[in-house]
Design a protein. Structure first.
Length: 100
């Protein structure tokens, strides 16, 4: 992606899919909202959510660790925390950036 190109907005994605599938924009928007809610709930409850063809949302726990303050170089303690990661499927990676 170059500096001049920006990713599609939600409205642009909804409009493109509505044209492609000959459906109403409100139906497509409702689908995205329902999919988002489902992904959030399942990831929170079960720790993972698979989006077929794209990848997987994963809830992961990071251990406490020691880091450094870049300004002073002093050691600091970074507490343990829970993070959410998204892992792309290999087929998605290969479709966007083919293997050499």
């Amino acid at each position: 992606m170059t500096e001049k190109q920006k990713p599609l907005t939600k409205a642009q994605v909804v409009a493109a899919l509505a044209d492609e599938l000959a459906m109403k924009k409100s139906e497509i928007g409702g689908f995205f909202d329902a999919l988002t809610d489902l992904a959030y709930k399942e990831t929170k409850k079960k720790g993972a959510f698979v989006l077929p063809g794209f990848g997987k949302l994963i809830k992961d726990k990071r251990k406490a660790r020691t880091g450094r303050n870049p300004a002073t170089g002093a050691e600091i303690k970074i507490p343990a925390k829970t993070v959410v990661k998204f892992r792309l499927q290999k087929s998605c990676k290969d479709a966007i950036v083919p293997a050499k």
